[in-house]
Design a protein around this ligand. Structure first.
Ligand SMILES: Cc1cc2nc3c(=O)[nH]c(=O)nc-3n(C[C@H](O)[C@H](O)[C@H](O)COP(=O)(O)OP(=O)(O)OC[C@H]3O[C@@H](n4cnc5c(N)ncnc54)[C@H](O)[C@@H]3O)c2cc1C
Length: 398
């Protein structure tokens, strides 16, 4: 049958609700295989435990060895025991992990994009050899210390200082809201020096370096968030990242992580959409399923539209990144658009579930609460809007 025949006979298959424009068909076979493998891991290993983990504010650390074995940690880094996948694959990994939970995706983002990436991009060969293989295998866990209590959106005003003393550096200060902090063997810490901002590799047992878990969070509960304290921590010159100085160091890492977040948010939105679509089909009110009402259909259609747009945006961003032509402001637009889309969908799905929607037995409230962090970290929504504004007008408004 020709294409024309199948259209004329009406035999064109209807679109799939969760992938309305068949974005999957734009992926290579290898990319599809990676996506399927991570999706299976999330179904089999993450979803059965994540509700309990979120409920008990517990990071499911037991998942790390399997994630490492699948090559998910630093998967888009070439060499040093890393999988060397393309950036679209890394995006798909983030999307599937966040279908499970943003806490699990955050662990992988911080490990790969915020900790392994700066060592790979700005580190010495010795630093790469020492850390990247053990981080890829999950034996060493990393964290990224940039934000301080006095203002995460303005990292250039950081108070943490590193001062040269003989051949060493002595670091004083603190960091706040640091993912993986208390479980990390290694912290990439950004500090002000007399030559501008520099990155340092701090190890967990260094005298003067302590951490404390931040409790009472109502978001990203299946993730560790911590404070870091540096009280005269002495590190050798060999622990400084030699390849970068200034704000472009940490901002370069954030571009990598935000890229993954733009994909991850799509996963959270799909999970919420899927759950609420199934619920609307079986929930009977006024003598008919909720899904038969106009308003519910409009809300579902709107979710479908926004997810489709976000999916295409993420994929084109990935293709640009793989071509080497992606601009950081395109990452800002994608992070802003996709996280806003996911947060709106999670909140709407929560509402459409009625009272059940406040129970963690349904995923939307967990995703909704997680997305309240995701829209704030790695640059708030406003900061990303202002990045685009600066790009369009040539004037920085922040
Ligand atoms: C769960 C979680 C995990 C995190 N993990 C990490 C991590 O691993 N490492 C790390 O370094 N940081 C981490 N962060 C910190 C995060 O990156 C910061 O919270 C974020 O950058 C915002 O900084 P802030 O919280 O100090 O808010 P602020 O910068 O104080 O912003 C407050 C408000 O002011 C708005 N605003 C800021 N500037 C302007 C302006 N010029 N004009 C108008 N409005 C403006 C913001 O949009 C926001 O609404 C994490 C945060 C959370 C919640």
């Amino acid at each position: 049958m020709t294409v024309q025949d199948s259209i004329a006979s009406g035999s064109v298959a209807p679109p799939q609700a969760m992938d309305y424009f068949d974005v999957r068909s734009l992926l290579t076979e290898d990319e599809q295989m990676i996506q399927d493998a991570v999706a299976r891991f999330v179904d089999d290993r993450v979803l059965p435990i994540v509700q309990e983990a979120f409920d008990n504010q517990r990071f499911p650390r037991e998942l790390i060895p399997e994630m490492a074995e699948m090559g998910l940690l630093g998967c888009n880094i070439e060499g040093y025991g890393c999988a060397g996948l393309n950036h679209v694959c890394y995006g798909l990994v983030c999307q599937e992990l966040e279908k499970g939970d943003a806490g699990v995706r955050s662990f992988a983002s911080v490990q790969g994009s915020l900790c392994m990436y700066p060592i790979f991009a700005y580190g010495s060969e010795e630093q790469r050899q020492r850390w990247l293989p053990s981080m890829s295998s999950g034996e060493a866990i990393g964290c990224f210390g940039l934000t301080e209590a006095d203002g995460g959106s303005d990292p250039g005003s950081m108070k943490t200082q590193a001062v040269r003393e003989g051949g060493d550096w002595v670091i004083n200060g603190s960091k706040m809201w640091i993912t993986n902090g208390t479980i990390a063997d290694l912290a990439v810490v950004w500090a002000m020096t007399d030559e501008g901002i520099r990155g340092f590799l701090l190890e967990k047992d260094m005298p003067g370096y302590t951490t404390r878990e931040i409790e009472h969070k109502f978001s990203l509960r299946a993730s560790v968030t911590s404070e870091l304290f540096f009280d005269g921590v002495r590190v050798p010159e060999a622990s400084m990242l030699p390849g970068v100085r200034g704000l472009k160091g940490p901002l370069g890492c954030l571009t990598q992580a935000r890229y993954g977040i733009a994909w991850g948010a799509v996963g959270a939105a799909i999970a919420c959409f899927n759950e609420v679509l199934e619920y609307a089909k079986v929930r009977e009110l006024f003598g008919r399923p909720l899904s038969h009402t106009q308003t519910i259909q409009r809300r579902l259609a709107d979710m479908c539209r926004r997810i489709t747009n976000a999916r295409l945006l993420a994929l084109q961003l990935g293709r640009l990144k793989d071509l080497g032509t992606m601009h950081h402001s395109q990452v800002s637009l994608a992070k802003w658009n996709n996280v806003r889309m996911a947060l709106d969908i999670a909140r709407d799905a929560r509402d459409m579930l009625g009272a059940s929607g406040i129970s963690v037995e349904f995923c939307p409230i967990r995703h909704m609460l997680n997305l309240e962090s995701v829209i704030t970290y790695e640059g708030t929504e406003t900061v990303h809007e202002l990045v685009i504004g600066r790009e369009l007008t040539g004037h920085a408004a922040f």
